[in-house]
Design a protein around this ligand. Structure first.
Ligand SMILES: Cc1cc2nc3c(=O)[nH]c(=O)nc-3n(C[C@H](O)[C@H](O)[C@H](O)COP(=O)(O)OP(=O)(O)OC[C@H]3O[C@@H](n4cnc5c(N)ncnc54)[C@H](O)[C@@H]3O)c2cc1C
Length: 414
């Protein structure tokens, strides 16, 4: 039986983040990853990382590495029926960086961290239990050799279909997602918005354009189930059709597709408790795999990895109580619950509700409210602040002023 302070299952965003911070704090970390290749990456992702995660990315020392590889400091422009919602000039940026660039760099950073032992090609197949608590994992190598690892904490950072959660018998909550997602990467796309990301809310479909590293632009469509037939018949034609005639849409004259059109037609939201059992924590998609429409999964995976490391390092280093640390982590995760509730509502591809009408229209008409919506959409402020009485009064006042014909043309395009 091998002994480590913590076993982290999954060396993607959440797992590598937690491993780096725990390793730096002096812990012995087994980082177990079933994929073998050093250049492995998550294919099903549109690479938009919210600015809520930028402090974590900087703390990891990752920002300089991905910027050196051409990561774009992202800013979103969103079009809705009331017009454009533009980002404020001084907003903190997130990143657009393809997973094929990000994942190997991040995993490598984890592998080089003293105290972290990356075990590529090993797959966790069993959990070790002791007195009703999770006390370790059994990992199988590609050759079929098994190793037992004993730890005080097991972290399931193994994605949406978390094997760890299944083995631990964790109950999951699901919610429907009534949109599909299709996307492809292109070279030679030109945009009137330069390197800004663009999002068009087409009610109920949604289209995205994200410039990325390497001069590659990602075009994505998230059609409601009702529009799926066209995508199933000819996915590229249907994808490009979504961009036809859009305000300030991409110029595809010199564009060339460089990847297949891929996507998913059935992607329900899956949510699990952060601390489902004694000795076990879940992070990233293993904890919450939400609708990809708002591009929050990567940012939250970075943040959960950081929250978890900060919460348990003292106890795992011999100072304090591990259960108290885990409860602290669970409380941190509660911060995203309100966001998740709003995301789940929008995933029904239904007509806008009152709050969406009020806030989107106000943001299209008023710079200050656009900045407020941007802080919320980038997940930098909690829902209670986004929908505070002061903010809602401001939104109502902006719309009233507009109806009375006194609207300032504050949020007009340059
Ligand atoms: C279509 C689509 C588009 C998306 N676009 C965006 C976007 O633009 N922005 C955004 O923020 N999010 C987006 N997401 C979500 C984002 O991809 C995920 O939230 C993010 O990758 C979660 O990271 P993670 O580290 O939790 O898990 P993952 O990246 O899923 O990694 C899990 C890791 O665990 C490993 N693993 C699994 N089982 C085992 C095992 N038994 N043993 C050992 N290792 C194991 C896997 O090999 C993998 O490396 C999108 C999702 C989809 C489906």
């Amino acid at each position: 039986m091998e002994q480590y302070d913590v076993a982290i299952v999954g060396a993607s965003i959440a797992g590598s983040t937690a491993a780096i911070l725990m390793g730096r704090a002096g812990l012995r970390v087994a980082l177990i990853e079933r994929r073998t290749k050093p250049d492995a990456y998550k294919v099903l992702c549109t690479h938009y990382i919210q600015s809520s995660a930028t402090p974590t990315i900087r703390r990891l020392g990752l920002a300089e590495h991905i910027e050196a590889e051409g990561a774009i400091q992202n800013e979103p422009e969103m079009w809705c029926r009331w017009g454009w919602i533009l980002p404020p000039g001084d907003r903190p940026h997130g990143y657009n960086v393809r997973r094929q660039t990000l994942d190997p760099i991040l995993r490598n950073l984890a592998a080089q961290t003293p105290g972290v032992e990356l075990r590529p090609g090993e797959r966790v197949t069993e959990l070790i239990e002791s007195d009703g608590a999770i006390a370790g994992v059994v990992a199988k190598s590609p050759a079929g050799n098994e190793r037992s690892i004993e730890t005080r904490l097991v972290v399931g950072a193994d994605g949406r279909r978390s094997t760890v959660a299944r083995l631990a018998g964790v109950r999951e909550k699901t919610a429907p997602n009534d949109r599909a997602a299709y996307f492809a990467h292109y070279t030679g796309v030109s945009s009137a918005s330069g390197t800004r990301s663009q999002i068009w809310l087409l009610e109920p479909d949604v289209a995205f354009m994200h410039p990325n590293d390497g001069g590659i632009t990602l075009l994505a469509a998230m059609p409601a189930q009702a529009s799926l037939a066209a995508f199933k018949e000819d996915s590229e034609a249907a994808l490009l059709n979504q961009f036809d005639g859009l305000p300030r849409g991409p110029d595809m004259t010199h564009a060339q597709r460089v990847t297949s059109v891929i996507g998913t037609v059935d992607y329900p939201i899956i949510e699990r408790p952060a601390i489902p059992r004694s000795g076990l924590a879940l992070a990233g998609d293993a904890k919450l795999s939400t609708d990809p429409l708002w591009g929050v999964g990567c940012g939250w995976a970075f943040q959960m990895g950081e929250w978890l490391a900060d919460a348990v390092v003292p106890a795992l280093s011999g100072h304090g109580d591990l259960s108290a640390g885990l409860r602290r982590y669970s409380r941190c995760c509660r911060a995203i619950r309100g966001h998740q509730a709003l995301i789940a509502g929008f995933a029904r591809a239904r007509p806008y509700n009152l709050f969406e009408r009020l806030t989107f229209s106000a943001a299209a008409r008023d710079e200050a409210f656009a900045a407020h919506l941007d802080a919320f959409g980038s997940r930098r402020i909690p829902v209670r602040q986004f929908l505070s009485p002061v903010a809602l009064t401001h939104a109502a006042w902006v719309n009233l002023r507009h109806m009375l014909g006194n609207g300032r043309s504050a949020n007009k395009r340059p």
